[in-house]
Design a protein around this ligand. Structure first.
Ligand SMILES: [Zn+2]
Length: 655
């Protein structure tokens, strides 16, 4: 055997390096889920895969088993769709046809429910309501995560499936015990013997009637334990297969959805896809993020579609934030309302033609927004969304993070917190990072003695005392405040004007009394700075879009980015601009949201001559959608170019 030369050794090592990276991180993905009904098991596999291929999807999430098996399973009680043609194997034939065309297949399981024969044989495997009855929905029986359907049969089902089929991944719908059924009816706490015994052993008391903190922990741990068992099974049988799910600690591909719901309170969140993908990719950069664009208006109306431009906007937002385009429809691609499929089709086609740009992207942003909600840091959704929207409108490239794993691993100049601030961020600030907090919750930085929490002060304002700090507010001396304001003993460039008379008109604010109570406190901490608005600026902006509040944030961001912004542009505020790294390229994505109004989406208003400056030195700029090179000039530290025209989306490659 010849010894390896240095060059062949390098090539060999590179090949190993590549092989070690999982397919979902290495390959460009265009994801399609056709959420099949058991009647669809009668489909013609060849024709069906042809429609998937014609749609230009290359990863396909397909019904496999659980509630209805789409293959001839031999596991007892595993219900097989009676619509599978005699002698056929719908899933297996689709898998074979798809693989022959280079399309990867993710098998979909729903292990949360089984049929009556399983319940009759083993009622102890299933969810037991407080009245002793099972939870039945349209003839399916809800299983309990601590029962034998999950603990034994699911393992048998998955073992058979993984032994038989070379799937590229598995996805699990509605895993564990849900809080309510599909109609939104609460199910309460499962009272099965397993749950009673295990809960008593752990907490020394009976199960609560309603979910409390102990029960939440009990259910969470049971779900996590079962998920780990399934993960180990998948990895032992099919090491190259991905586990797809909503639990980022366990999944290889973090799954989310952008959807609408008829009964959900407004306003609609038009940044949903950017939000989901930005968050998942930056919180778990070693994982892929699938954010599925749900085509339909709501679960009870799965055959009526959302507006076409809503579909396209979500897909562009996905890719602009470093995730794949992902699209869902219920049933096959042959829909009764074909508008959503036809809206997504050209996006998928274009992404295929240009697929080299849509893998291995990572955010170049040096401003981080702490994510709120169940998984992130405590804050109200409106506070988080208000700051998210403002950053987008201001064209400040930013990454949303739900954890602090990034500290010491990515370059960050400014962290923005819409709620509580974790103590661990002190190290970031001490080492020269800047922190902006917009919340009535005091950050852990000794910012001054608390005097009083003002709740919903009608008619209260802040006076802008320092016009040098806030050049955007030269014509604005006061800004309104509502919600919670935490008064502390300190001084600052904004001062509080407590509630005063606001009626009748003859008496409006004639009793105004300025105070020294601060509406913004700036404090040096180690090598960094903490800037604290002790009120919920983000939540107010989310609901009211005050230009005064936008100006406060804009000017303070510039103060807290002493090295200057990464990107400057005259783009309209409704153009989302993201800045991504991809190999030796820098990618600038522009998504035009100007067609959105309230719950409507129309064609984006065409825009022209958008001036963009990106910090750094580059030798070429190319508009990929327009298919042309753009003149590039160096202006100080910035590379400057003009995007001649923007319809719904453009991608500029800088090298
Ligand atoms: Zn139970």
């Amino acid at each position: 055997m010849k010894p390896l030369t240095a060059l062949t050794a390098l090539v060999f090592l590179c090949a190993i390096g590549e092989a070690q990276q999982d397919w979902w991180m290495r390959e460009p993905i265009r994801w399609l889920q056709t959420n099949l009904r058991e009647t669809d098991a009668a489909l013609d596999p060849a024709k069906f895969v042809q429609t998937v291929s014609d749609f230009n999807a290359n990863v396909f999430l397909m019904a496999m088993g659980g509630i209805s098996a789409f293959y001839p399973s031999r596991v007892e009680y595993h219900y097989i769709s009676p619509y599978i043609p005699r002698g056929h194997d719908t899933f297996g034939e689709v898998l074979q046809q798809a693989h022959a065309r280079g399309i990867r297949v993710i098998g979909r399981f729903d292990l949360s429910k089984a049929r009556k024969d399983a319940y009759d044989a083993h009622p102890e495997w299933f969810f037991k309501r407080a009245n002793g009855q099972p939870a039945i929905y349209n003839g399916t029986y809800q299983a309990c995560i601590n029962g034998g359907w999950y603990r034994q049969k699911a393992i048998e089902i998955l073992t058979e499936a993984l032994d038989r089929y070379d799937v590229d991944g598995l996805f699990f719908n509605m895993f564990s015990n849900p809080a309510s059924d599909y109609s939104g009816q609460p199910l309460g706490v499962c009272q099965c013997d397993n749950c009673r015994r295990l809960f008593r052993a752990r907490f020394g008391r009976d199960l609560p009637e309603k979910p409390d903190a102990d029960y939440q922990a009990f259910l969470r741990d049971a779900t996590a334990g079962m998920s780990q068992t399934i993960r180990q099974l998948i990895k032992s049988k099919r090491p190259a297969a991905a586990l797809v799910g909503t639990s980022p600690d366990i999944a290889d591909i973090v799954f989310s959805e952008s959807n609408t719901a008829v009964k959900r309170p407004l306003p609609l969140w038009p940044y949903a896809s950017s939000d989901n993908v930005n968050r998942a990719r930056n919180t778990y950069p070693q994982k892929q993020a699938i954010n599925q664009c749900q085509s339909f208006v709501d679960f009870p109306w799965r055959f009526s579609m959302v507006p076409r431009e809503e579909i396209r906007t979500r897909l562009w937002q996905n890719v602009a934030n470093g995730g794949p385009a992902a699209f869902n429809i219920h049933g096959t691609l042959e829909q009764q309302d074909r508008t959503a499929v036809e809206a997504a089709r050209p996006v998928f086609a274009w992404l295929k033609q240009n697929e080299k740009y849509f893998t291995g992207q990572s955010s170049a942003a040096r401003v981080l927004l702490l994510g709120g909600g169940a998984r992130g840091f405590p804050s109200s959704e409106s506070s988080y969304r208000g700051l998210f929207r403002l950053l987008s409108e201001e064209h400040v490239p930013f990454a949303t993070v739900d954890n602090l794993e990034w500290t010491g691993r990515r370059e960050a100049e400014l962290v923005i917190a819409p709620g509580e601030v974790p103590k661990e961020l002190a190290h970031f600030v001490e080492n020269g990072g800047n922190l902006m907090v917009a919340s009535s919750a005091a950050p852990p930085f000794d910012m001054g003695r608390v005097v009083k929490l003002w709740k919903d002060p009608d008619g209260a304002y802040f006076r802008i005392r320092d016009k040098t700090l806030f050049p955007s507010l030269k014509n604005t001396d006061v800004a309104f405040v509502y919600g919670d304001y935490l008064e502390v003993q300190a001084s600052g460039p904004l001062t509080f004007i407590p509630p005063s008379m606001y009626g009748p008109p003859e008496l409006v604010h004639v009793d105004w009394k300025d105070t020294d109570a601060p509406g913004l406190i700036l404090k040096s901490w180690g090598k960094g700075t903490v800037a604290w608005f002790p009120w919920n600026l983000g939540a107010l902006y989310y609901l009211h879009s005050s230009e005064a509040h936008a100006g406060l944030l804009r000017d303070l961001i510039d103060r807290l980015l002493p090295r200057g912004r990464q990107l400057k542009t005259n783009a309209h505020p409704l153009v989302e601009v993201t800045l991504m790294n991809q190999g030796d390229r820098r990618l600038v994505h522009l998504v035009n949201l100007s067609g959105h109004s309230q719950t409507a989406y129309f064609s984006a208003v065409p825009m022209r001559d958008i001036d963009v400056q990106v910090k750094g030195t580059f030798r070429s700029a190319r508009a990929i959608r327009a298919g042309r090179d753009l003149p590039l000039a160096q202006a100080g530290e910035y590379a400057r170019f003009t995007v001649p025209a923007l319809a719904d989306y453009e991608l500029v490659e800088l090298r």
